[in-house]
Design a protein around this ligand. Structure first.
Ligand SMILES: NC(=O)c1ccc[n+]([C@@H]2O[C@H](COP(=O)([O-])OP(=O)(O)OC[C@H]3O[C@@H](n4cnc5c(N)ncnc54)[C@H](OP(=O)(O)O)[C@@H]3O)[C@@H](O)[C@H]2O)c1
Length: 279
């Protein structure tokens, strides 16, 4: 059992307000219910019940209402980026990769992901995005976020990067560093940190269990977008609370890699996953 200490997490106080008021229950993300005369119609059919406050609805309205797909910018063109893009393109989202070398990566991406891919410079990909996925090496993320802060502010930023030993345990986390680099208006949600790239196309394991994707963040509407995107790939989205919880998720990654190496049979399976169970 994971015993990473959690002293800095004050019982998820930062989003307790909404959680305690039943926000999680009242927020409906449903592909079936694309339009509701009482609720808001959102991108990809994500819908909100009218129990949300005016402010919460306002955030949604300004970003995602009346669109048929989420415009995603995936920064990086590696294993995670291509794995996620395949699923989201299948779910009819609009995906643009941001690359250091768009022309040089185009043929590779067409072969890996499909003929419909679009690849741009970082700035061009960010410019039209509603949701940005940071799929870069961790060492590049802080600088990238600071350099593009103006384009990242206000957008949902899904940080999937893993610092491993680049940060001190439990005193900060990759996504908190990203949020600080973006500054005021950052809407960072950590997700997919504890999922190997090899399982992105396999949301259900060999035993028939739906794999979990842990996510956390402080911006509740941004988390709802991320949750919808996770569920559309076929995974169970597990809300781990505020961004502070990313300190623990960061620590779960090297442990997962080590346990996969020790317990996964000959070599690494790269198919291991964390599962949260309630009795
Ligand atoms: N692999 C996994 O199983 C896994 C699981 C969970 C999370 N993660 C995290 O997800 C992130 C991406 O992992 P990955 O396995 O997809 O890595 P990857 O295959 O190495 O791809 C990283 C991509 O980032 C871009 N990149 C590389 N060096 C860069 C630099 N110096 N500056 C800017 N961009 C650069 C490249 O795209 P361009 O050349 O097109 O710019 C590259 O394709 C990492 O932070 C990793 O910790 C990985």
């Amino acid at each position: 059992m994971l015993r990473t200490p959690l002293p800095q997490i004050p019982r998820y106080a930062r989003d307790d307000g909404l959680a305690e008021r039943g926000f999680q229950q009242s927020l409906t993300i449903s592909k079936r219910k694309r339009r509701s005369s009482r609720g808001c119609r959102l991108s990809s059919g994500f819908s909100l019940t009218p129990t949300l406050s005016r402010w919460e609805r306002g955030v949604w309205d300004s970003h995602l209402v009346r669109r048929s797909a989420v415009r995603l910018a995936i920064i990086g063109t590696g294993k995670m980026a291509t794995g996620l893009a395949r699923g989201w393109l299948k779910a009819s989202h609009d995906v643009t990769f941001g690359s250091r070398d768009p022309a040089g990566r185009r043929d590779f991406l067409i072969k890996e992901v499909g003929p419909g891919v679009s690849v741009e410079t970082h700035a061009a990909a960010l410019d039209s995005a509603e949701c940005v996925v940071l799929a870069l090496p961790y060492a590049e993320v802080e600088q990238f976020s600071a350099r593009h802060a103006a384009l990242l502010r206000g957008r949902v930023v899904m940080d999937i990067t893993n610092p491993f030993d680049a940060l001190p345990d439990n005193r900060t986390s990759g996504p908190e560093v990203t949020a600080r680099a973006i500054g005021d208006g950052a809407r960072v949600v950590a997700a997919f940190k504890t999922n190997f790239s090899g399982i992105l196309a396999r949301p259900v394991d060999a035993a028939g269990t739906v794999r979990d994707v842990f996510y956390c963040g402080d911006d509740v509407p941004a988390k709802a977008v991320v949750r919808g995107l996770i569920e559309e790939l076929g995974f169970r989205a597990v809300d781990c609370g505020p961004l502070l919880a990313a300190r623990v998720l960061d620590g779960m990654v090297p442990l997962m890699v080590e346990m996969d190496r020790r317990l996964g049979g000959p070599g690494r399976t790269r198919r291991a996953h964390w599962k949260f169970e309630t009795p």
